[in-house]
Design a protein around this ligand. Structure first.
Ligand SMILES: C[S@@+](CC[C@H](N)C(=O)[O-])C[C@H]1O[C@@H](n2cnc3c(N)ncnc32)[C@H](O)[C@@H]1O
Length: 368
């Protein structure tokens, strides 16, 4: 033991002080998450928006109807949220006080604005909900358990049902509703950006199947931008039954493990990260059967995270945290390029191209 201890280098004072500050930050990041949750629950982004986009502390106190004794506490909460980029602050030239503004981050937390940016408030409320936080708190116990494959997530192991399962509402109806709203918000954010930034992927396509396309929100946006594309949405019967049948897109109720409607391209947007490698190979094999050869324009379009440091440290950290979220709450996984390549080759595809234009996510075109 003594010999081992000797090999550990003693940090310098500067390193020690930095290590202490880093330890505080990393141990206390959950307070940053809970501060954000609190801001969403109090509706601070929506309130600043309703106050014209700028609000003093006194404006916020009044609009939120908070007891005056809480004013210094709200100031401290806002200071942290400004530091983490949720809000911005300016000095009021008249009073010398602080004026809070929305940033792009808090702009996507404003409720009830019907533009292309679906409010992400339910994403925040879902991932910071007690059920998810409790599952994360149980991570060490879960690691020690020798569970039979397919290994249930810490969430499933702790609560007895996976998230987004038919049993989840029986476990907690309110959490299930929040989780589904959070998923819908998460899925729908950015389709307009995808069409603007990666439009080339859809140019020249005659038909496309949006596999697991939910209620058709993405497919309808796609047809609006590219009216010549004949779009089919495949999803489970319980989802297709509730989808709006407006004649814009064609709906097929089915199971992607059994059959995928034929078209020139099949899109899997935010789908594969939810499934194990084994299941992904089965899904990709079904998708391959649905498309023509590469020289006839056949391709699979995957929109998902490709984990890697090339997009910079902030995007990389966001990707890794999204993978931890998958690990804690689902049986899914976020994949690196190597992981993706293995799946494509196993499913019999010949080549692929990654387009890195979607922030922390990518578009992958996969060719038969
Ligand atoms: C994360 S959402 C996909 C999001 C959607 N592609 C988007 O970007 O808006 C998962 C979807 O997969 C569907 N799904 C799950 N299992 C399925 C299956 N076996 N066959 C077809 N659809 C399935 C769900 O009903 C749900 O709509």
């Amino acid at each position: 033991m003594a010999a081992q201890a000797d090999t550990i280098e003693v940090p310098t004072d500067a390193e020690l002080l930095q290590a202490q500050a880093d330890l505080w930050r990393h141990s206390l990041y959950y307070l940053s998450s809970m501060g954000l949750r609190c801001a969403v629950q109090l509706q601070i982004p929506t309130t600043i928006h309703r106050l014209g986009g700028v609000a003093s502390l006194a404006d916020l106190m009044a609009a939120l109807s908070l007891p005056s004794v809480k004013m210094p506490f709200l100031h401290r909460l806002m200071r942290v949220l400004v530091t983490s980029g949720v809000f911005a602050v300016d000095k009021d030239s008249e009073s010398g006080g602080e004026l809070y503004r929305l940033t792009p981050l808090s702009r996507i937390l404003v409720d009830g604005v019907t533009d292309e940016h679906h409010s992400q408030k339910y994403f925040v409320l879902a991932v910071t909900a007690p059920h998810c936080a409790e599952a994360a708190l149980g991570l060490a116990d879960w690691f020690k358990k020798d569970l039979e494959p397919p290994v249930p997530s810490p969430f499933e192991d702790m609560h007895g049902a996976p998230v987004f399962d038919e049993r989840t509402p029986l476990m907690d109806e309110e959490f299930d509703a929040v989780a589904n709203e959070g998923l819908a918000a998460h899925d729908n954010l950015g389709i307009a950006t995808i069409l603007r930034e990666c439009g080339d992927i859809f140019k020249g396509l005659e038909s496309l199947t949006d596999c697991c396309g939910g209620d058709g929100t993405t497919a309808r946006a796609l047809v609006k931008a590219y009216p010549h594309i004949k779009c089919t949405v495949l999803d489970l019967p319980k989802v297709i039954d509730k989808a709006p049948k407006d004649g814009v897109v064609n709906y097929v109720a089915g199971d992607l493990f059994h059959t995928v409607p034929s078209s020139q391209a099949v899109m899997l947007k935010l789908v594969l990260h939810f499934w194990s490698d084994e299941d992904c190979v089965k899904i990709l094999t079904q998708c391959k059967k649905a498309i023509p050869p590469h020289d006839e324009g056949g391709k699979i379009i995957i929109i998902d995270i490709v984990i890697g440091p090339s997009l910079g440290p902030i995007m990389f950290e966001a990707q890794l945290l999204m993978d931890m979220l998958m690990m804690v709450t689902t049986r899914g996984v976020q994949r690196s390029e190597n992981d993706w390549r293995k799946l494509f080759m196993e499913a019999g595809f010949k080549d692929y191209k990654i387009v890195r234009k979607l922030g922390a996510r990518c578009v992958i075109e996969v060719y038969p």
